[in-house]
Write a protein that binds this ligand. Sequence first.
Ligand SMILES: [Zn+2]
Length: 319
Amino acid sequence: MYSIGVDLGGTNIAIGLCDAELKLVDKGSVPTPQNDPEKIVKEMAALARLLIDRNGVMLGEVEYVGIAVPGAADDKSGTVIYTPNLPFKDYQIAEVFKKFLPVQRVILANDANAAALGEALAGAARGAAGCIMVTLGTGVGGGIIINGKIFSGSLNSLGAEIGHTVIAAGGRQCGCGRRGCWEAYSSATALKNMTSEKMQELSLKGIPSLLFEEAEKEGKVSARTAFNAMKRADTHAKAVVDEYIYYLGTGIANMINIFQPEVVIIGGGVSGERENLTAPLSAMVNAEQYTRNSEKKAKIVTATLGNDAGIIGAAGLGR
Ligand SMILES: [Zn+2]
């Protein structure tokens, strides 16, 4: 048997065909049509059909299609409730998809949750019963896997919005309206902002730093600037990275205290720093967590599936 995973993004629809072992057999992507939900679903179904046909698979051999949605989805009713960057609102996506491609079953999940499931089933946390994925990008996304299943709460299918838990009450303004959210301190955007603020402070005082040289090399201040200058032993850059890791670790220690996962997976752009990030982060989190004296501690690792986490996770929704 096979399953198909759809990662519905704001700019691209990526689809993967997976075998019974959840190995990616084939994948493809198309630009996401704008402003028309039905066109988007039609395009999705056409690409799924193409993958089935070119691999000699019969439609009846496809057990289900999983769709990772960039927003809130209700799997029970097969509905996309809302997507901030796509035109879906209370949309019967499962029913419309089946109209274009009559598969047995369509399963829905939020995209960050699906990515976490992908890493849990076939990536960085393979074999772990419980894991938490923290994705450091524009925001702080999250996915919580308990006993191999996505935890999304029981009220609005919007659980695991871990980025909007407050780690500094009354602190930095978050896009969600609250102050002091984890996302306002630990996203790639926050790291970039913290780097800019440090550079402004140094510039006012006329203090030299490799931060300026690294930013110039890149043509801008980015989430990489502080890490790059730190690797060249710049103390101001190290101060920015240390502060960033302190906030990131505070949130992770909170998650560990609640869920006691075997693995915490770091994904998103910042995870490209690999052990420059995970080594100091693990040391900080191990010292701060409630179970600091236990020999059994959550491992902090970086994601391994990259952009395929969404399609593999979506294809794993029925496993
Ligand atoms: Zn927030």
